[in-house]
Write a protein that binds this ligand. Structure first.
Ligand SMILES: Nc1nc2c(ncn2[C@@H]2O[C@H](COP(=O)(O)OP(=O)(O)OP(=O)(O)O)[C@@H](O)[C@H]2O)c(=O)[nH]1
Ligand SMILES: [Mg+2]
Length: 256
């Protein structure tokens, strides 16, 4: 199976039909942070809703163009963590991990950044193609919470945009930042979380064992961490993702 087919099949499993030269952007975030508001502002009437394949959970996809480039935006269910506990969280996690989005935008609630950053850190552990949107800035302002966007950007190593999506503020910044991310005009350097020395040692022991695998879009370090989690259900999903089209599996992907 060539890479193009692999990409198509990965996405079709999630009911995503991508146009020619269209980039796929996953919209992730904790529940109630304004993901759908941003989705609606960006895509307007160019959207359709349905269900995630095999689930009764609603899905929404929509498109928009910016500087001649078409984007397909996928509004994911709210999730606190990628260590999924609910069917909604499983969908969000599986799409980010296996749906092969070209970019993921993590939306954060400016009024409770600390809790929200957990998800952002988990996502940047999986993929470097990430931007962060700190939404509800109007609410933060009312609560006299000040957020230093450039410092946050520096700390995370990915672009960060402030927004008050309900008022339409920050939407044009989001468009421009997604474009820069997709066209590689901006290169991200996501912060890698350092774990305790026991965990780091365990990772180092596992990495050589993983070196014979082509893990495609999944980083071996992230994979080692998931092995340490021992979430068997998720590990099964990871294995079937890696095994999809094994015949030319050395074509591309992470190397350890
Ligand atoms: N004040 C304020 N309210 C906002 C902003 N963005 C969204 N909201 C409101 O926040 C509520 C939740 O917004 P949604 O867009 O549904 O949030 P969501 O993240 O899609 O929620 P789930 O899909 O349930 O996880 C709605 O009442 C929005 O109108 C904002 O920037 N400022
Ligand atoms: Mg929503």
């Amino acid at each position: 199976m060539n890479l193009e087919n692999r990409l198509r099949i990965s996405r079709e499993q999630f009911g995503i039909k991508v146009g020619i030269n269209q980039f796929v952007v996953a919209l992730a975030g904790n529940p109630n942070v304004g993901k759908s508001t941003i989705f609606n502002k960006l895509t307007g009437l160019h959207q359709h809703t349905g269900n995630w394949p095999g689930k009764t959970i609603q899905s929404a996809q929509g498109s928009f163009s910016y500087r001649g480039q078409s984007f397909l935006l996928v509004d994911l269910p709210g999730t606190y963590s990628l260590l999924a506990h609910t069917p909604e969280e499983e969908i969000a996690r599986d799409f980010i991990c296996f749906g092969q989005p070209d970019a993921t935008m993590v939306v954060l609630d400016a009024t409770c950044l600390e809790r929200n950053l957990n998800l952002a850190l988990q996502v940047i552990e999986i993929t470097p193609n990430v931007m962060v949107c700190v939404n509800l800035m109007d609410e933060a302002h009312k609560k006299k919470i000040h957020i230093d966007i450039p410092v946050l950007e520096q700390e995370l190593g990915v672009p960060v945009v402030a927004a008050s999506a309900r008022n339409g503020e920050g939407i044009s910044d989001i468009r421009a930042t997604l474009y820069r991310l997709i066209t590689k005009e901006c290169i991200t350097m996501p912060r890698q979380i350092k774990y305790s020395s026991d965990v780091e040692n365990a990772i180092q022991q596992l990495l050589p064992e993983l070196s014979h695998l082509n893990t495609f879009s999944l980083s071996p370090r992230w994979l080692a961490l998931r092995l340490l989690d021992s979430d068997m259900r998720f590990l099964e999903n990871i294995i079937s993702y890696i095994n999809m089209g094994t015949e030319d599996s050395r074509e591309v992907g992470y190397s350890v």
